[in-house]
Ligand binder design. Structure first.
Ligand code: F6P
Length: 526
């Protein structure tokens, strides 16, 4: 892997992208792809040719609507548009987030401290977190850790804590994210202030939902007569705001603005995960991420898992025009993976302009959604098999069972494989109601085990695939201006509430606002 410094701090003025000619060639190839079943019959080694193995993940893309010619052309396009250079630039700390003039150095969070100043700094912060997590885990008076955060300050750690729950050995860790009081109320149910600590996780330390919940939690501790400061920690890129809010210096753990919120799991944002599974298991997760980093930076493109994965997602969204992508873990402990990927993929690549500001001419991010299997089979799979929209499916499971019931695991895996098969081959029953057209694309990612190390590799695989999809599309995957407008309007709407809706007459929601304020008044008068 290229060490930081060889490109460091250069501005990536061009991020590549698939050029129009190459794109129309790919679209033409995609339009003439035979059916999945025909491609299997024509090419006996298709399964092998479309399988990529890396870092404990066996990824089978053979039931995608991609022919051998298209597969080769996709890798050729990835090469031509400079994916390898972009990967190297990202690792080296070049300004990849050009609209915010920032590097995207999440890989430095888990790199050896000797590789760069950023890695050294990040590893010192993580060491502080390790010591603190150790103290929390060995304090018999602390029964529960509550993480207060939203978006990237919630989804990654909540997913990881759930995914690695079999390795949990510390206090119970709960997550509160929504500003709806119901969330904090239910998280605090049954807890005692004297036995609870809170981690306020927020890159900016200004996110209104998080700060509102943090204030309520502080009042809850204060009401019990406790010294609230000993119960509060902060994971943030704005330590000065955390300090001003009252968090003690020793309880503040930092990351820097070169880590995007949705790419921050391996930073101090992982603190609640470390409290749950312990520093050793957390380090194993980081090692898996590091393994995937080394792989993406060095494997040849056609054997490079994040590159192959990104090309499959690019093909489905851009070449075939499928507007959604279902992520269906056949691993109950990965139940938060779809929610995590919604932010990672959609906040990163749900963009309407290229890096240079011109309007995008193709689809960008698909709508990512999903639920664990087999539950999903009894809910939305009807539409996947017979609905009029084609939805590519990504199945994920592990060879090693999550529990002691091995028979249950075989049932689970058999179901997953059967679904992938049925989607691909269909069934031309003469009764139209019982007919399955088939030719519906899916991938299966098999982890060797849902261990901290392989889970870390999976997360890093998705991080890299998301960035690579952004480069193929020529959008900036690392900014998120699209969330700002609604946030600003929420502030003015709340201000209008305070003065009975006055001043908001020009807004399209004003009639509804008046209706709400009138009804809210009635409710509070009851
Ligand atoms: O609203 C979007 C967002 O800015 C995400 O990018 C981020 O992960 C989330 O809000 C939370 O932000 P913070 O960590 O600053 O509280």
């Amino acid at each position: 892997m290229r060490s930081c410094g060889s490109f460091g701090r250069r501005r990536a003025t061009s991020l590549g992208s698939v050029k129009p000619d190459a794109l129309s060639h790919l679209v033409n190839l995609a339009q003439s792809v035979p059916s999945i079943a025909e491609m299997f019959h024509a090419s006996p080694n298709r399964a092998e040719a479309f399988t990529v193995d890396a870092v404990g993940i066996h990824a089978d893309f053979s039931r995608q609507r991609i022919s051998g010619d298209l597969w080769a052309a996709l890798f050729e396009s990835a090469k031509e548009c400079g994916i390898e250079t972009n990967i190297a630039r990202m690792f080296a700390g070049d300004i990849m987030n050009v609209t915010e003039d920032r590097a995207a150095l999440h890989t430095a969070l888990r790199a050896d401290a000797s590789t760069s100043a950023e890695a050294r700094w990040a590893s010192r912060q993580l060491q502080k977190v390790r010591e603190c997590a150790h103290a929390i885990r060995s304090n018999p008076n602390i029964h529960t850790v509550v993480n207060i955060g939203i978006g990237g300050s919630d989804l990654g750690p909540a997913m990881a804590t759930r995914a690695l729950r079999r390795f949990a050995s510390g206090p119970e860790v709960r997550f509160v994210s929504n500003v709806d009081a119901a969330d904090l109320d239910s998280v605090l149910t049954g807890l005692q202030p004297q036995n609870t600590v809170f981690i306020v996780s927020s890159k900016t330390f200004t996110t209104s939902e998080t700060m509102h919940n943090a204030e309520r939690a502080r009042q809850w501790v204060r009401a019990a007569g406790g010294e609230w400061e000993t119960h509060f920690y902060a994971a943030t890129a704005r330590p000065e705001i955390a300090r001003e809010w009252g968090i003690r210096e020793a309880n503040i753990f930092e990351f820097r603005d070169w880590v995007g919120g949705r790419f921050s799991l391996s930073s101090v944002i992982g603190f609640p995960v470390m409290c749950a599974i312990g520093p050793d298991s957390f380090d194993a997760m980081l090692a898996g991420m590091q393994d995937m980093d080394a792989h993406v930076a060095s494997a040849p493109l056609h054997r490079n898992l994040p590159v192959a994965h990104a090309l499959v997602w690019f093909t489905n969204a851009v070449l075939h025009g499928y507007s959604t992508a279902a992520v269906v873990p056949y691993s109950h402990d990965l139940s938060r993976l779809p929610a995590y990927l919604q932010q990672l993929v959609m906040e990163s690549n749900g963009k309407g302009v290229y890096v240079d500001g011109d309007a995008v001419a193709t689809a960008t991010s698909p709508v990512v959604w999903g639920e664990p299997g087999t539950n999903g089979q009894h809910a939305f799979f009807q539409m996947l098999h017979q609905g009029t929209q084609v939805v590519p499916v990504e199945f994920i499971s592990s060879v090693e069972p999550l529990g002691s019931d091995h028979e249950a695991h075989d049932i689970l895996i058999a179901n997953m494989m059967a679904q992938s098969e049925a989607l691909a081959i269909g069934d031309m029953n003469t009764n139209p109601h019982r007919q399955f057209l088939g030719n519906r694309p899916s991938s299966i990612l098999m982890l060797d085990a849902l261990s901290p190390r392989t889970f870390g590799a999976l997360v890093a695989m998705y991080e890299h695939s998301t960035a690579i999809q952004g480069w193929l599309l020529n959008v900036n995957s690392f900014d998120q201006f699209g969330v700002e407008l609604g946030k600003t309007m929420a502030v003015s709407t709340l201000n209008a509430f305070a003065v009975g809706g006055s001043g908001a007459d020009e807004t399209l929601t004003h009639p509804l606002m008046s209706w709400y304020l009138a009804h809210r008044k009635n409710i509070s008068n009851e």
